[in-house]
Design a protein around this ligand. Sequence first.
Ligand SMILES: Nc1nc2c(c(=O)[nH]1)N[C@H]1C(S)=C(S)[C@@H](COP(=O)(O)O)O[C@H]1N2
Ligand SMILES: [Mo]
Length: 230
Amino acid sequence: MDQPDKLQKIVESRIKLKARFEEKMKLTPSLADNIPKGSGKLNRHGMPELPIGQTVTFKWPVLDLGYHPNVPLDRWRLTIDGEVENPVKLTWKTFMDLPQTKDTSDFHCVTTWSKLNMRWKGVSLLDLAALVHPKETASHIMCYGYDTYSTNLSLEEALKPDVMLVHTFDGQPLEKEHGGPCRMITPQLYAWKGSKWIKRIQFLSTDKPGFWEDRGYSNTAYPWRNDRYS
Ligand SMILES: Nc1nc2c(c(=O)[nH]1)N[C@H]1C(S)=C(S)[C@@H](COP(=O)(O)O)O[C@H]1N2
Ligand SMILES: [Mo]
């Protein structure tokens, strides 16, 4: 298939996926909550800019398991597999050939700092899902990092338009300490749901806990409900 045909296929598949998860997505906290808890002006999602218990930081702290894997671009691979019709193993080139999205969003760490208005560029998870065609049975994903990290998400959260695999922050390549060359971001959930140094996205037919979810953190991780621990 040549490039325009491939893009056309992704666009068609994206529309179908959106329709398939529309109803479930409406029931997620960020769309269903009438009284999100927080303060400050309303953000782009119509929610108070600062979720309850959070403080704005202008710096960008580094939080992880302490090991920063080195992933040169020529050795970088992203596997997307599990409950999908078309599993793929992308190289940096095939990843960068996918539709590129720019977005500005916020970052809320469960340790109570929030960094607002971060400018990202990357590939939306919705487009990656459109590429691999999740089977009808697919309901969740598990994301794995090159540092052995893992974190899980429901598809109704993962397919929100601001969930992305980003390679560029503020016009510069994402720094290694923040998960470069490529990490995931989940702006409407606590930031631990976004794996740095992302290596694999596995589609699942049942939910299962990732690294922090297994260690007492909330499975749903919704900042405007102070939903930190389970
Ligand atoms: N691979 C990987 N991803 C990870 C983590 C990790 O330890 N390993 N930590 C998570 C946590 S708890 C947070 S708050 C954010 C921190 O991202 P930052 O270091 O860029 O601020 O990354 C998340 N993603
Ligand atoms: Mo965190």
